[in-house]
Design a protein around this ligand. Structure first.
Ligand SMILES: [Zn+2]
Ligand SMILES: [Zn+2]
Length: 255
């Protein structure tokens, strides 16, 4: 499995593209970035999109991506998310007012976007992947994902504060090779992290200690651009005891 990091910023800004990971070539995990970095042909190869939650930094390219491939694809793009995320996207973003409702254009039968509601903690087969949505602890209903292709697997926390169930659910997957975990704010802003339900490097290290595995790579994502330097410095001092890599836009992970 290859994971192409289209964007891994905790917001949009200069040198910071919002969250989107392209898995191999047809599965997109969150849709904060796609149409501005992929060719039209590569965009058109995306058959399925998995959404962690409906915050704007995880869905902001969705309107442009769906529009970009509208004429190129015969089959619809399937958009997977938990009920609350799908409802928020369809009522507040692709609602016919803010942007066209592509689930009804040109008509509901032949529409180029199809919503699929996921049930938390139920495995789902999407193409050649088995995907497990795991509820996490954020300000809006959110899930992280365990993505497994039968040979290798990785887990993505999405946006989260402290959680136990995420670690319990991924713990025993023997194909697990990598974890992508968020660290949005520096240790100095721990109170801000608590209020907005995100992690700091220290909280992230505490979370990782719940996973009793030494055999997985740790990738850190979702650093907020306004405090990136400070988060990187905090992560650097952690990296002496905890082997971790900070994700960057454009990077590729091969599992
Ligand atoms: Zn976010
Ligand atoms: Zn969020």
């Amino acid at each position: 499995m290859r994971i192409f990091i289209l964007g891994c910023g905790g917001s949009r800004g200069i040198d910071s593209r919002p969250t989107a990971f392209l898995i191999d070539e047809s599965l997109l995990l969150d849709s904060g970035t796609a149409s501005e970095v992929l060719s039209l042909e590569d965009c058109a190869r995306i058959d399925n999109i998995l959404i962690t939650h409906a915050h704007i930094d995880h869905i902001c390219d969705l309107p442009f991506l769906v529009e970009a491939v509208f004429d190129l694809r015969k089959e619809p793009i399937f958009l997977y998310g938990i009920k609350e995320a799908i409802e928020d996207i369809s009522s507040h973003l692709l609602n016919g007012t803010i942007w066209p409702d592509f689930s009804r254009i040109p008509n509901p039968k032949e529409a180029k976007l199809s919503y699929k509601t996921l049930k938390p903690l139920e495995n789902l087969k999407i193409g050649s992947y088995t995907v497990l949505p795991i509820p996490v602890n954020h300000t809006v209903p959110s899930v992280g994902y365990l993505v497994d292709d039968g040979k290798t697997a990785f887990a993505f926390t999405g946006d989260t504060y402290l959680t136990n169930s995420f670690w319990e659910k991924i713990q025993n997957n023997e194909r697990l090779r990598a974890i992508i975990i968020e660290a949005s704010f520096p240790n100095r802003l721990e109170e801000m992290a608590r209020i907005t339900k995100h992690l700091t490097p220290d909280l992230m290290a505490r979370e990782l200690s719940k996973l009793n595995r030494m055999d997985v790579e740790i990738y850190v994502t979702h650093l907020k651009p306004f405090c990136r330097k400070e988060v990187v410095a905090d992560l650097d001092s952690l990296s002496k005891k905890l082997p971790l890599k900070i994700l960057e836009d454009g990077m590729q992970i091969k599992l």
